[in-house]
Ligand binder design. Structure first.
Ligand code: ADP
Ligand code: MG
Length: 258
């Protein structure tokens, strides 16, 4: 049975996609069988995994609307050594088209249930909104990973996301938990980064992952080659951090299971 995680934060540009792609490749390096689900119409995770979003014959859009299934629509990231359920801008239409469908918030959950046995991890890259697409991600997952930058406004959006997660777990998916907050694009030379990071640790204790992801230009360059950062330049500080994060996730899951 796969462990399913959403990488979510309703803000854009906070490192969701970078985290999803690099965690997927990091876990693959640890010999885990991984499916990356791109739930964002921008298709950045799809491209970052080396798949051309303009040339898809089937995508998550068809899967959510019941016109295809995961086994048919999935593709392989050769560089990352994981499978991808790809997305492109067609997916934006699903948001509207799903509204009238039965079980509209559980479409992804139902689709993933059929491939559950084929993977150790399923990682869902959410769009930057608390939309019906994100709700599908939250209903399908066991846990949420929240990447955040250590800046003043980071904490503001966090309570909205935490409330949404609480509501989903109370009404739709009792399995759902926040697995942890991941500090990304961290710059130790900035006093503010350090202060916000300390505040996070005070408020959220061990819900804050120990691994810190630094700001690292190699992570930002990798997507333009369609190669995950941890594969593109494994020795870089950013890659090393994501590999350490993969190991921390594996460890944390063992603790959750106890
Ligand atoms: P989101 O999916 O939340 O919108 P992205 O993962 O696409 O965020 O990241 C936004 C931008 O920041 C991208 O250009 C990405 O390459 C860059 N980026 C993300 N994480 C890092 C990092 N640790 N160091 C440097 N650049 C990063
Ligand atoms: Mg993204």
């Amino acid at each position: 049975m796969a462990k399913i995680f959403c990488v979510a934060n309703q803000k854009g540009g906070v490192g969701k996609t970078t985290t999803t792609v690099n965690l997927a490749a990091g876990l693959a390096k640890l010999d885990q069988r991984v499916l990356l689900v791109d739930l964002d119409p921008q298709g950045n995770a799809t491209m970052g995994a080396g798949i051309n979003k303009a040339k898809l014959t089937a995508s998550i859009y068809e899967v959510l609307l019941g016109m295809s299934d995961v086994t048919t629509a999935k593709l392989r990231s050769e560089s990352g050594r994981f499978d991808v359920l790809p997305a492109n801008r067609e997916l934006a239409g699903a948001e509207v088209e799903m509204v009238s469908l039965e079980n509209r918030d559980k479409r992804l959950r139902e689709a993933l249930a059929k491939v559950d046995a084929d993977y150790d991890f399923i990682l869902i890259d959410c769009p930057p909104a608390l939309s019906l697409l994100t709700l599908n991600g939250l209903c399908a997952a066991h846990g949420v990973i929240i990447p955040m930058q250590c800046e003043y406004y980071a904490l503001e959006g966090l309570s909205d996301l935490a409330n949404t997660i609480k509501k989903v777990s109370a009404n739709l998916n009792p399995d759902l938990k926040i697995v942890g907050l991941l500090r990304v694009m961290f710059d130790p030379r900035m006093t503010l980064s350090q202060q916000v990071s300390d505040q996070l640790e005070q408020h959220f204790g061990d819900k804050v992952f120990k691994t810190l992801i630094p700001r690292n230009v190699r992570l930002a360059e990798a997507p333009s080659y369609g190669i995950p950062g941890v594969v593109f330049d494994p020795a870089s500080k950013g890659a090393q951090a994501y590999i350490a994060f993969g190991a921390e996730m594996v460890e944390r899951i063992k603790q959750l299971e106890k």
